[in-house]
Structures are given as C-alpha cells and as structure tokens.
Design a binder for this molecule. Structure first.
Ligand code: ZN
Length: 138
C-alpha cells in the first residue's frame, strides 16, 4: 500500500490530510497557490505562506491505465488508474492520484472504462491520510 512520504515543506499537507482536510499552500503576500509545497513563492519571491482549505472538488484533467510490465506490487492490481486532477478552487493546481470506489477501496476498485477527461471528482482520504478520488457521478 502507498503511504505518505513527508518532508519539512510538505509536512503540513499530510497533517491536514490526516484530519480529512485538503489544503494547498498559498502565498500570504500575493495569494498564488502552489504545489508541491516549497519555501518560496515562484510568483513574487515571498517566503510567507498559508495553507488554504480546498473544497476537495475537481475534474479529471488526464489519466492513464498502466499496463504490464509493472512493478511486482502493482502487477496484481492491474488494471488500475492514475489520474491528474485539476482542483476546482485552484485550477492551476493539479494533483496526481487514483480514482477508487470508496476511501479504503483497492487501487483497482474502479473499472477504468468509467473514467472520462473532465469528469467531476471529489477528494477523500484513506486510513493513512492519503488523498484519493471518487467520481461525483458514479
Ligand atoms: Zn507570492
């Protein structure tokens, strides 16, 4: 199972996620959101930041369905999906993840044929705090 790997800049993301909150780092000076988290704003150079609460809603911007050969831990789970989600509250921010049928469902719980570019999705968190995605209209 995938588990979050944290670092100093990304630690707040995972702390909020463990509480079921999807928050994105944003510049406290110019307001631009940024991801992945980093110390300095790429737009204005400020080191002041805040963690902005997102609604968790987004759209599938792109996706792939990996095919063999796969790493051994993943081969048994194919076919599964990896999606890029554009956040409704911060459209320039895109997160990579998986669409599943419930927060702790297996990686391959959704038939990949049900995925469409542009489909609305909603963030959920599994028991480790990993964000995953559900189709808004299953
Ligand atoms: Zn800024």
């Amino acid at each position: 199972m995938l588990a979050p790997v944290s670092d100093e800049d990304g630690a707040p993301f995972w702390e909020y996620a463990a509480r079921g909150e999807l928050r994105i780092q944003a510049c406290a000076a110019c307001g631009e959101p940024r991801f992945p988290p980093r110390p300095c704003c790429p737009h204005c150079g400020s080191f002041d930041s805040e963690w902005r609460l997102m609604s968790g809603r987004g759209r599938i911007w792109s996706y792939v369905v990996p095919h063999p050969p796969l790493l051994p831990d993943y081969a048994d789970q194919a076919p599964y999906n990896a999606v890029v989600v554009e956040l409704a509250d911060a459209p320039r921010i895109r997160l990579v993840g998986n669409v599943v049928t419930s927060p702790d469902a297996p990686l391959n719980s959704l038939d990949p044929a049900r995925l469409r570019i542009g489909a609305p999705v909603k963030a959920v968190f599994d028991r480790t705090g990993l964000p995953r995605w559900l189709l808004e209209r299953p």
